[in-house]
Design a protein around this ligand. Structure first.
Ligand code: CA
Ligand code: CA
Ligand code: CA
Length: 229
């Protein structure tokens, strides 16, 4: 028996699996979860109102999203990160994204207590106290406080990873973040926010067409060899 066609079929199947695996990196369902698209200039900060920050919406007339580009702390991802205890104090921001009701999704983000600052409280205290920090999130079923972090004794962000899962209730889910704790313009840094689902993505049509064509060609060859043997 000629085993070459079977071997080729196994090779092709394994290549197809590898292709399918490579497309299984979770896709972030959020727009600009890393706060990079505002193009905040290096070493500067800025305030963003309403929908000025791509993907994100500052809720309420006085709400501002503060973005800093590697200023008073290094970004966890890219060069910029957000802080919601902005010039007007504790703020809230939201982003809507498409979901399937009943499906499980995952949320992750990095957050850090505000780095030490010589300008905190005038000339008194360079370390921003833990109670000045605080961050809560909401995926449509109420606010949840991110685990409290100790005061940051360093002059850089100390990033902590947080992840959780939730079940979507409708075709659109709203993710919100809110600064909590003392509303004193010094608050928690936030970066690299992701939402994804573990449902395997459908292979791209081109990949599928290639797989079908390859399998059909091998099948035809096996049939020809069986007839001639
Ligand atoms: Ca970033
Ligand atoms: Ca601030
Ligand atoms: Ca604060």
């Amino acid at each position: 028996m000629n085993t070459r066609p079977i071997f080729a079929l196994a090779l092709l199947a394994s290549a197809a699996c590898a292709q399918a695996q490579s497309t299984q990196e979770p896709t972030n369902l959020l727009e600009d979860g890393s706060f990079e698209l505002a193009n905040q200039a290096a070493g500067t900060w800025g305030f963003y109102q309403g929908s000025q920050a791509t993907g994100w919406y500052a809720v309420g007339d006085n709400s501002l999203i503060e973005l800093r580009n590697n200023l008073v702390g290094t970004a966890q991802n890219g060069s910029s990160f957000a802080e919601l205890d902005s010039q007007n104090g504790n703020s809230t921001m939201t982003q809507d994204f498409s979901t399937v009701a009943g499906q499980t999704y995952y949320l992750s983000f990095y957050y850090s207590s505000r780095p030490a600052s010589d300008v905190y409280n005038g000339s008194c205290c360079s370390v921003v106290p833990a109670e000045s920090n605080g961050l809560s999130f909401n995926v449509g079923s109420g606010w949840t406080a991110a685990p409290a972090l100790p005061a940051n004794q360093t002059y850089d962000n100390v990033w902590n990873y947080f992840t959780t899962s939730f079940v979507a209730a409708s075709a659109t889910t709203t993710l919100s973040f809110m600064a909590t704790g003392l509303s004193d313009t010094f608050g928690t840094s936030l970066d690299n926010v992701k939402v994804w689902t573990d449902t395997p993505p459908v292979p791209e049509p081109a990949t599928l067409a290639l797989m079908v064509a390859g399998l059909a060609a091998i099948g035809a060859r096996v049939r020809r060899q069986q007839k001639s043997s």
